[in-house]
Design a protein around this ligand. Sequence first.
Ligand code: PHE
Length: 451
Amino acid sequence: MANTKSIHGEWSSRFAYILAATGSAVGLGNIWKFPYITGENGGGAFVLVYLACVLAIGIPIMIAETMMGRRGRQSPINTLTSLSTEAGANKNWHYLGWMGVIAGVLILSYYSVIAGWASAYVFKAIFGGFSADAMEVKATFDNFIASPMQLIFWHTVFMIATMSVVRKGVKSGLEKAVQLLMPALLALLLLLVAYAMTTGESYFKGLFFLFSPDFSEIDSDAVLTAMGHAFFTLGLGMGAIMVYGSYLPSGISIAKTTLYIAGADTVVALLAGIAIFPLVFANGLEPASGPGLIFQTLPIAFGNMTGGWLFGILFFVLLVFAALTSSISLIEPIVAWLVENKGYTRDRASIISGTITWALGVTVALSFNAWSEFTILGKTIFNALDYLTANLMLPIGGFCIAVFSAWVMHDKDVRDELDIPELQYVLWKYLISYVAPAAVFLVFLHVLGIF
Ligand code: PHE
């Protein structure tokens, strides 16, 4: 039988849940990662594949993952154990929960380093202001990431911030953090879009780059990256939305809230792209500049616009907060498990999981400078972790979630938990049983050169 409440507490309202889950979805993935991977993969066609993946794979799996969380009402590992018991299925399904926990720690280890960059930029904005000159902005960034001490320092600051929110728990910690920040972030992004419009011809170049698909630009790896990003940006496939779903009171529509969350996430990513690419073209920068892209473009806008000093500070503050509302969801599955299974207090669980993640993150920070020559299968530690998690672990996790909810759970339990009109249910069931798993599978075959 489904539990009715989580021992960790519950969201206080539907709105609080939407904010928290949107906080998990909207983060560095939208503002930092989406633009740079779009730049690296040639623009419009990549964006289209990403959007198709959000629609056909992401949204159905997000509904499934949230539904499983709410039915299980525990950390993802224990939720999978109890749901497989309920379905009379093999208990080994709980390893899916473990894979998610590991993916969460791995992602957070590099996520925190990049969030550290954003934190450092808050201070650069306050004390130096930004230069309006593209070369200077680039030099500032290059000098910054060449410094192991600075990267490790800011990564440490960000991890401490994450763990101090997480230790407070669902209501007082997670929920409070997002209520103000999300709307403010949206407002600042709109301001940046407005600024991008002043770049004249470059604005249209940027739009053209983003929205005019040229399929000759993408290969199988680009398709995999687009699909992986759909998982990453929605926060799917590793238990983050499952654990947030476990704090969701009964009676709130999972399907509807999912549509709001996915919609907001997509809008923020597209706005970030619309704000950034015109600046790339206006300043003769390379769209494929990699992870430094936003740090090499946005400061130019702030350096040029009236009031740019203040807006620059605000923007990076909000980016750090957007990262924070995602990072807490990355670590929540392991924290919840430590509390449930080891009887730890939230404090202790947060310190232990945070320290492990921090240590891994130090190696990521070094992979941008001192250890940049050290590669695994031709990738730096940062690139390898990003590829392993976003392109492999999240889609595999998502695939298994689709299979579990469609083929392992009893249809009546799923219906009971989702509680949506028949037509919508049938549509979702079709997408989750066939379309989503087949799509993930085909993309993998494609990358392996089999299809
Ligand atoms: N969705 C977050 C972002 O786009 C990252 C994230 C990934 C959060 C996986 C939770 C789980 O920044």
